[in-house]
Write a protein of this length. Structure first.
Length: 225
């Protein structure tokens, strides 16, 4: 059942990601982080360019060839190459998360009456709460170091460092964008995990109730009064 517990935590991450990987959230956070001031673009131009980049990231093809209002390419070759790497990592992660969701669905559908399944789901939700709280503390205390460690884990050295004074990629997505999005993602995961924990608890209580013996019930009904 450890597999179901881990799959539950990963499946909840799959549910949470679309809440933030969409133009509405990205535009909101870019406005808060003043991406227009960093880039020198108007807010509308920032949103249009970012929408193109998000489309290439999620749907492809990974051209990342958005142009500003004057027709000039927004990103340099090295920035586009990094986004291609990001898309590869994102695709692999999405496949893992989707597989985890399938495991959870099959476990519930195939063994929905088994208390062990719901105990594993509850353990996965509670484990996610612990992980999110721990990572949240790290993000608050040492976000830059954690962000750097994440990139070192998934990307080749030197391919993800950019200058916020000149490189549009980090101007479009300033540090404030990433720190606030990370905290919001953590909050969403906590809400989802608590909801699943409570759902699993209710299912366990329901499954733990004694059921009436249908034979005894029929005999009691037929007995003379």
């Amino acid at each position: 059942m450890a597999v179901v517990a881990i799959a539950t935590a990963l499946a909840l991450l799959l549910v949470a990601i679309p809440l933030f990987l969409n133009p509405a959230w990205v535009s909101f956070e870019q406005d808060r982080a003043q991406a227009d001031a960093w880039t020198g673009y108007s807010p509308g131009e920032v949103h249009r360019v970012t929408g193109s980049l998000l489309h290439d990231l999620v749907l492809g093809p990974p051209a990342f060839d958005a142009a500003d209002d004057s027709g000039r390419p927004v990103l340099e070759a090295r920035e586009r190459a990094h986004l291609v790497d990001v898309r590869a990592v994102f695709g692999a992660a999405l496949a893992v998360l989707a597989a985890a969701a399938v495991i959870v669905v099959i476990s519930v559908a195939g063994r929905g009456a088994q208390p062990a399944t719901w105990r594993a789901i509850r353990a996965g939700a509670r484990g996610l709460v612990v992980a999110v709280v721990a990572l949240g503390v790290v993000a608050v205390v040492a976000f830059d170091a954690a962000f750097e460690a994440f990139h070192e884990l998934f990307f080749a050295g030197g391919t993800y460092t950019f200058d916020p004074r000149t490189d549009r990629l980090v101007q479009l997505f300033p540090d404030q964008f990433w720190s606030e999005t990370t905290l919001a993602l953590g909050a969403a995961l906590l809400v989802l995990a608590v909801a699943v924990d409570r759902l699993a608890g209710r299912r366990l209580r329901t499954l733990g109730r004694p059921t009436a013996d249908p034979t005894r019930t029929r005999l009691a009904t037929a007995a003379p009064r």
